[in-house]
Design a protein. Sequence first.
Lengths: 265, 315
Amino acid sequence: MDLACENTWVWIPIPQKFQSPMILKLILGFCWYLLHLMVNLRHMGSSVNDLLFCYIISMGLLLKHQNLQLDKLNSLAVVVDSEEAKNTTKIKQLLCWLSSIGIKYIILYDMQGVLKQTIGTDLESLTNTSMTPCSVIDAKMATSLFHFEKMAIEIISLSDGKEGVAKAASFLYSEHMKDDSEICYSSEPDFTESDVANALKATGSAGAEPDLLLVYGPARCHLGFPAWRLRYTEIVHMGRLRSMKFAAIVKTMHDFSKKHQNYGK
Amino acid sequence: MLSSLHLNPPLNYATLNYSSTLLPLRGCRRRTRRDGANESLVSTAHPARRYPSLSASLAPAREEEEREEALLPPHLRPESLPRHVAVIMDGNSRWAKARGVPSSAGHEAGYRTLKKMVELSCQWGIRALTVFAFSSENWTRPKMEVDFLMMLFETVLKESIGEFLREGIRICIIGDSSELPQSLQKLAKEVVDKTKNNTQIDLIVAISYSGRKEITQACQNIAQKVKDGLLEPEDITESHIEEELETNCIPEFPNPDLLIRTSGELRLSNFLLWQSAYTELFFTNTYWPDFGEADYIEALTSFQNRQRRFGQRIN
């Protein structure tokens, strides 16, 4: 018998003890895919529910969303991704929607200052002859603050944020040295939050602290919105500007009106 | 965008096939470090990390001990994980109220959750974790609650110092320490000194912290530097402010990549105002004591998905 050349096929029955784990694996795998299916169905259902909800809000069928209580909303900030901010049609549509809801003060922000160049220029030409006089306090903000219909619109960018704080730091130093020379002794700088707030005002980087901030863009972050003004601001990511929906804004306002802040207490 | 109606967009659960009880976990975690000048990722092959366990206090830590495979859930990609995660640990009191127990029980449960989160962060290769333990506004809370919290911080630091050393956790404390009890100030300084050479993970604990106060202090430090002739006033830039912030105790990753806030609130509450400019925000309804491994995975997966969809990082 030539053992080297002969192929022998042998049927080896799988012992009973190895069959059970395989069956168990199959059952567990099936359960896992079933769980996946249930989760996916749940999320599909949730999306359909949201679509329906948006439609109902748009049709004005929900009374609670018709009469929004905006007493707590003194100012609203809108952060837009700079790429998406070039879509001025959408920005103007957004401003119209916000005006129709009854928002009185809007802060428009994008990192690169696209909104200042586009919307800011348009608003300036529209309101040049009829601009409401600004108070002395607002004088330094006059270049980026516009009054349009019943809304005040402030347009800012990164230069009003972190760069603004750097200018304030320089201003604080100058003021400190002025005080030092008057008192004729050298003291260590000892600044308070009020000092920084006043310095920001003096250098034109101060402004209202928004109660609510809507973020339009792919990233769920505030993209360098002035840090000093964000202390207790509610931040809501609204998705892409091109997909913005009036109903989503209304719902966000409604949810905000129900919020309660305890400010750490 | 309908997804905006949710706190966070629904995840693609088709990719979420993780279960610690059903599927095998992945192998080596690859540690990457970022070259700040060239904006490139330098990948360094790294042997699989030793399995750290804060609870296994009996297991001795030896450098020459054979490293086990890192326990990273399969769908979390190590190269897309955030390097620095910040957490606003909100909801302890509401959690306790919902269960009809005192708020102290909520804070104790919150501490256990934090412990678990540090453990998971170590396992998964998160390099820095910043937690908001106590804000400057919290001092106005009832005295009994504040005293309990100070006592809890002291107890935790005393009991955990051994584990910090064993697990290689470097502790940094940020906030206005002058308002803390003397004993806690002394203990905090001791813990920071003893752990300063640890390298596994940086744990920054914000106690009596205020983002605005931090910026104010930075402006003060800069003014002093100008006075000392180290800087000209017209040369002050935002970089100088950043250098003076307390989170610079981890110079490699001072700004968080991901910020998680629990309990359904959608704001920063004076936490890392400057540092969070380009931080992905993740808000969840879960109260902090209930924030578990699954919730953490959800937050990290959400971060990963946003990174994959929207291209390079904004900063």
